[in-house]
Design a protein around this ligand. Structure first.
Ligand SMILES: Nc1ncnc2c1ncn2[C@@H]1O[C@H](COP(=O)(O)OP(=O)(O)OP(=O)(O)O)[C@@H](O)[C@H]1O
Ligand SMILES: [Mg+2]
Length: 360
């Protein structure tokens, strides 16, 4: 008997579903670790607290719980928006079953919680990855089509230049050649990193420090850089130069947003944070361990009209921007099976990069 109680306890502790037990007054008398994680309530602090203080929904929802204790009927709610004690809004599915307390035999409510945010995020990510792949193929195809005739135009202009009867006319062939070169450079950037990545063991903090150094120089030390590194992150397999490029593009955007903000920001700050995350799904693949890099700035935020298509090439909010920085960062990160996401509003923009640490 005792052995089975321990087994049950262990099982409850390892479930991914949040499990709570409420007494007839809807006060929490038990919660498993998954419920603590979902309701963002650490340790035993939730015990003895009325359920709606941990997870506020609506007056009707509260009445439905009370009704369930009286009537003994179970029910399930899907995709309900819940306000947590820390004011975070989350989306949950939950089932309510009236049961008798195993020891006291008093009526209680068993609540099972399933977080929907993670599921929604996965489907969003899948869409994002598919969309990005389509764009990349489209851009690659187009870039190749532009490059071929461009070589011909440039070559013909050079030949023509030699045949021109007067020096004065050379001005025109020079324009053709220069503009062809400009277009070629643009197309090369559109095609993304051309070299095959030279993967090696890289220390993510070394890369971030290099990026910080470049940002400090470019901004004339006008930006405060905060670091919050997790030193336990193992080295990852990547191309060092490309990783610097990918992270620099993101940090440089933050720097530009911070320095160009109107009205000026009192303390323009860039914050870099690294962590490891266990059991993380990217696209269809679940990874045992991933490195998470967060790049956060306190600038004006990404204009809302850009947010939907931010990673597409040529999407830019700056007069002198080419709109290629983020699309290049993204192709580098995707190449090593990672993903970039962002969240942005006035005063806070966070880019989160997740990189699988497969070898472990
Ligand atoms: N941290 C940020 N804060 C505010 N806006 C941002 C931030 N990061 C990106 N943006 C917006 O996203 C746009 C696209 O960025 P992206 O790096 O792809 O292109 P760009 O910076 O315009 O040009 P390029 O990087 O090619 O010189 C930027 O023009 C800017 O409007
Ligand atoms: Mg940029």
């Amino acid at each position: 008997m005792l052995a089975s109680a321990i087994v049950n306890q262990r099982l409850l502790e390892h479930l991914n579903t949040g499990v709570l037990l409420l007494n007839a007054d809807l006060i929490v008398i038990y919660m498993n670790p998954a419920a603590e994680a979902l309701l963002e309530m650490s340790g035993q602090r939730g015990l003895g607290v009325p359920f709606w203080e941990l997870a506020e929904e609506s007056e009707e929802a509260r009445q439905a719980l009370e009704q369930s204790v009286v009537s003994g009927h179970s029910y399930t709610k899907r995709e309900t928006s819940i306000l947590l004690h820390n004011q975070h809004q989350i989306t949950l599915d939950y089932s309510v079953s009236p049961v008798a307390h195993p020891e006291t035999k008093l009526p209680t409510l068993l609540i099972e919680l399933q977080g929907r945010d993670r599921l929604m995020r996965i489907s969003r990510e899948e869409q994002l990855i598919a969309k990005q792949e389509t764009t990349r193929n489209l851009v690659r195809g187009l870039a190749h089509e532009i490059k071929n005739p461009l070589g011909g135009i440039r070559g013909a202009a050079q030949l023509l230049e030699r045949e021109l009867p007067s020096e004065g006319l050379k001005e025109y062939t020079e324009i053709i050649i220069e503009e062809a070169d400009r277009l070629r450079d643009l197309v090369d950037r559109l095609l993304g990193p051309r070299q095959i990545p030279q993967t090696e063991d890289v220390n993510i903090h070394e890369i971030l420090e290099r990026v910080c150094q470049l940002i400090s120089v470019e901004s004339n030390n006008a930006i405060t850089i905060n670091r919050d590194y997790d030193p336990s992150i193992p080295e990852l397999q990547a191309d060092k130069g490309q990783m610097i490029q990918a992270l620099l593009n993101i940090c440089r955007n933050a720097m530009q947003a911070l320095l160009e903000a109107q009205p000026a920001i009192a303390t323009p700050t860039l914050s870099l944070k690294t962590r490891t995350v266990r059991q993380f799904t990217i696209g269809h693949k679940r990874h045992r361990l991933v490195a998470q890099i967060e790049i956060c700035d306190n600038g004006p935020g990404i204009p809302s009209e850009l947010q939907e298509n931010l990673f597409y090439p040529m999407v830019s909010g700056r007069a002198e921007g080419t709109g290629l920085g983020l699309s290049i960062s993204q192709s580098i990160i995707n190449q090593i099976n990672g993903i970039i996401e962002f969240e942005s509003h006035a005063g806070k923009t966070i880019f989160s990069i997740y990189l699988p640490l497969e070898a472990l």
